[in-house]
Design a protein around this ligand. Structure first.
Ligand SMILES: NC(=O)C1=CN([C@@H]2O[C@H](COP(=O)(O)OP(=O)(O)OC[C@H]3O[C@@H](n4cnc5c(N)ncnc54)[C@H](OP(=O)(O)O)[C@@H]3O)[C@@H](O)[C@H]2O)C=CC1
Ligand SMILES: CC(=O)C(=O)O
Ligand SMILES: [Mg+2]
Length: 772
């Protein structure tokens, strides 16, 4: 394997890791996947000859049917001729392939857009135009990438005229949109107006000129813009290396070096090459300057050098390892998402402006899913957080609908979005994979009377961010256990808006008027378990799970969430002592939900009983099936084992068989079978082969295990292998709603569990009402 040439400034380690990443376990970054079954002759007859003739004729009769019967309306071509690959220059189409594969992956991961990356050996405008325009039948859109200026301008202009699908040169417009959003926000922070700022641009290529054009349409004055390329200042009458697009920004001056014009500049816009800005020049710039060093992979100036010169600077790069990543990845997946979803014929100025406003606006919203910058600082709108993080899942929710709306309003949408709420909901489910599965739970929680969820770890950042979402979504009124001064300081630090008393309540573990009653109540549960009154006082002031459980028991709260810190079994002991078990159960158990591209699967018992008896297994299955129904689905339970329908007579296989008999007696309506192998539980075909009369049909969605080891290990391995999202652990059998979170839980995970707890609290309330 030949070694790559050193990329200036990029660490040797990172380069080696990048080569490894691209090479293993398989070469490259993507593959094509079939989305329809192809398992038998019938499928083959439908997918291919003779069946495939039917959609062909339908499309021939009505070309717009291609959107119904093929992948075209979600398929974008990322096309490059390799003439301006990042800041690496004209390295040719073959060497550009890793970048284009990379763009394809970003399109798919961030916006669900399918991409063919197409690297073409087409150096001239004519060759590019004829090759690309001939591809129109295949694609719903064309993303031109890393094609050098000035050829890119003509290529894009001609293709836009010839083609009836969006043609978008990402290095021009994707970059311009994100640069404009960052500059608007940066100038707002600096208290400057775009009409008055001086902009010095290094680079007069595709990206730089498109950025300047967009900034001008936002109000920047041409006379305040100074442009430099490889030959220095772009000035009127310059004879070498000029073109009509650069000439727009030509400025009269006898001094032609960037150093001659940087004085008083408010914005340095670097879209050229590594190291083009000398640190010493920064001293001459205006107050609170914006340093946009956007060349990739190595910027015009490294942020640490820029910061050393100018404390007050707002520094942006195109890289993910520094704050303020100004990179077109924040734009292209989502602008295409919006354009494809409404069948836009083009991407026009209105759609671009809508994207600028959506990105700029999102940076000012509170962050809760991606809490920290690359330097570990919380993300709050300010000099180090001018634009959203590329991992902010709300990018698709803000940009795509805004773009689709602008397309419809400007008359270029073939299929305008009719139901905006349903569209948002659809995107929301994409952004948060848990969305579809959690939807019935959220709907039930919102429909219920507001419930008070108490959080034992109220001072934890993830809990605070989740509490903010629960308030905003109208799901719960949170009660945070924590010291008021600590909560206040942290709310400010994380940029959260919720206010005590108005939006949420506090129980201060250091002083609360109710504590005497809490101690007495606690003693009533534990006085005969070796806890003295003195010890009880100490526990009630220091153990926040005990405080939370007491609050739920006394009716001061409706549900408890604890466990962000500490051992599961200790939290469970406290819940058991205070809240106790539901009268219908002998013991607690625990259910885990994994949500992956394959759907939702539940696992039990993942956290409580090491080696359950048949009675306990049956009880866990019944409790689990009831919990599954809260997600709007009917449980299909499989009792899994190393034994397949009596193939072994070991102790654990026998326990599962006995458990099945108990379940059938106690819950005859439940679709359940066992004991069976794990693959038999998942595959209907396999199951029919060994047990044609199985009482379980289709794929099991609830797997009940013979031991805690088996359940926990299987769930965590499957979670890692499928990159699945975990919801849980869901505590079963508690007399009142209470859950013990895991230390690795995210804010989103806490929101999910709190929402489930609200639904459980509502059901418990109804149960009590019915009992009266
Ligand atoms: N952060 C982001 O999202 C993006 C970053 N970029 C980066 O911007 C840079 C340019 O990309 P793009 O516009 O597509 O490429 P182009 O080839 O179209 O433009 C490159 C420009 O840089 C100029 N240039 C080259 N060397 C120097 C130098 N030493 N001093 C000043 N100017 C110089 C060239 O000058 P001349 O005209 O004389 O040849 C040309 O104007 C790349 O580094 C790329 O990675 C691009 C898109 C997005
Ligand atoms: C980000 C990008 O498109 C570039 O650097 O060319
Ligand atoms: Mg590019």
């Amino acid at each position: 394997m030949s070694e790559p040439k050193e990329t200036k400034g990029a660490g040797e380690d990172l380069q080696q890791q990048a080569l490894f990443y691209h090479r293993y376990p398989r070469a490259g970054k993507l593959e094509i996947q079939a989305i329809k079954p192809l398992g038998n002759q019938r499928d083959l007859a439908l997918a291919y000859s003779p069946g495939v003739g039917a959609p062909c004729i339908a499309i021939h009769d009505n070309p717009s049917d291609a959107a119904k019967y093929t992948s075209r309306s979600n398929l974008v071509a990322v096309i490059s001729n390799g003439t301006a690959v990042l800041g690496l220059g004209n390295i040719g189409p073959l060497a550009s392939k890793p970048v284009m594969e990379g763009k394809a992956v970003l399109f798919k991961k961030f916006a669900g857009v399918d991409v063919f990356d197409i690297e073409i050996d087409a150096p001239t405008i004519d060759e590019m135009v004829s090759t690309i325009s001939a591809l129109e039948p295949t694609f719903g859109g064309v993303n031109l990438e890393d094609i050098k200026a000035p050829e890119c301008f003509e290529v894009e202009r001609i293709l836009r005229e010839k083609m009836q699908i969006p043609v978008f040169h990402d290095d021009q417009h994707g970059t311009a949109i994100i640069v404009a959003a960052a500059i608007l926000n940066g100038l707002e922070l600096a208290g400057k107006s775009i009409e008055n700022v001086k902009i010095v641009a290094s680079g007069a290529g595709a990206a730089a000129l498109a950025c300047l054009n967009l900034l001008v349409s936002l109000g920047a004055k041409r006379e305040n813009i100074w442009v430099f390329d490889i030959d220095g200042l772009v000035y009127p009458g310059r004879e070498t290396n000029m073109d009509q697009w650069k000439a727009v920004y030509a400025q009269e001056s006898d001094a032609h070096a960037l150093a001659d014009h940087i004085e008083g500049a408010d914005v340095f816009l670097g879209l050229s090459v590594a190291g083009a800005l000398k640190p010493a020049l920064l001293k001459q710039m205006a107050e609170k300057p914006m340093i946009m060093a956007l060349a990739n992979p190595v910027p015009e100036i490294m942020p640490d050098l820029a910061r050393a010169e100018r404390e007050d600077a707002m520094i942006c790069t195109g890289r993910s390892d520094f704050p303020n990543q100004v990179n077109n990845v924040l734009c292209f997946p989502y602008i295409f998402r919006g354009a494809l979803d409404c069948g836009a014929r083009t991407i026009n100025e209105e759609m671009k402006m809508a994207a600028v406003r959506a990105i700029a606006g999102l940076a000012k919203e509170e962050v809760w899913e991606v809490p920290h910058s690359s330097t570990g600082e919380p993300l709050i709108f300010g000099p180090d957080y001018l634009i959203p993080s590329p991992f902010d899942p709300r990018l698709i929710l803000r940009i795509a609908p805004a773009v689709a709306k602008a397309a419809a309003e400007s008359g270029v949408a073939e299929r305008p979005i009719e139901d905006h709420e349903a569209y948002y909901d659809h995107l929301n489910r994409f952004a948060f994979r848990s969305g579809l599965v959690m939807k019935p739970v959220f709907a039930a929680a919102k429909a219920a009377e507001p419930k008070r969820v108490i959080f034992s770890d109220g001072e934890d950042e993830r809990v605070m961010r989740a509490a903010q979402v629960l308030i905003e979504e109208g799901i719960s009124r949170p009660i945070l256990i924590g010291r008021p001064n600590v909560l206040e300081t942290r709310m400010k630090r994380y940029g959260l808006r919720m206010r005590p008393q108005e939006d949420y309540d506090i129980i201060n573990p250091e002083s609360d008027s109710r504590f005497r009653e809490y101690v007495d109540e606690y003693l009533s549960f534990v006085a005969r378990k070796g806890v003295t009154p003195d010890r009880a006082r100490t526990i009630v002031r220091t153990n926040t799970t005990v405080i939370g459980a007491l609050a739920v028991k006394r009716g001061d709260a409706d549900a408890l969430l604890c466990g962000v810190e500490g051992r599961f079994d200790r939290h469970l002991r406290d819940i058991g002592n205070i809240i106790g078990k539901h009268e219908d159960v002998r013991d607690f158990s625990s259910l885990g939900l994994l949500i992956s591209n394959r759907g939702a699967t539940f696992f039990a018992d993942t956290h409580v009983t090491y080696c359950p008896t048949p009675e306990e297994i049956a009880e866990t299955t019944i409790q689990s099936a009831r919990a599954v129904s809260r997600f709007g689905m009917a449980a299909k339970a499989a009792l899994v084992s190393h034994s397949n329908f009596g193939s072994r007579d070991s102790e654990s296989a026998t326990r599962m068989r006995e458990a099945l008999a108990i379940i059938r007696e106690r819950m005859p309506d439940l679709e359940v079978d066992g004991e069976m192998h794990g693959d038999t539980a998942i595959s209907d075909i396999l199951r029919k082969r060994v047990m044609p009369n199985s009482t379980l049909s289709g794929e099991a969605n609830l797997l009940i295990f013979p031991s805690l080891d088996a359940a926990h290990i299987t769930m965590t391995v499957v979670q890692s292998m499928l990159d699945a999202l975990h919801v849980g652990p869901i505590l079963l059998g508690s007399a009142l709603p209470a859950h013990i979170l895991s230390p690795s839980v995210t804010s989103r995970g806490i929101v999910n569990m709190a929402t489930l707890a609200v639904v459980e609290a509502d059901l418990a309330q109804e149960e009590r009402r019915n009992a009266v």
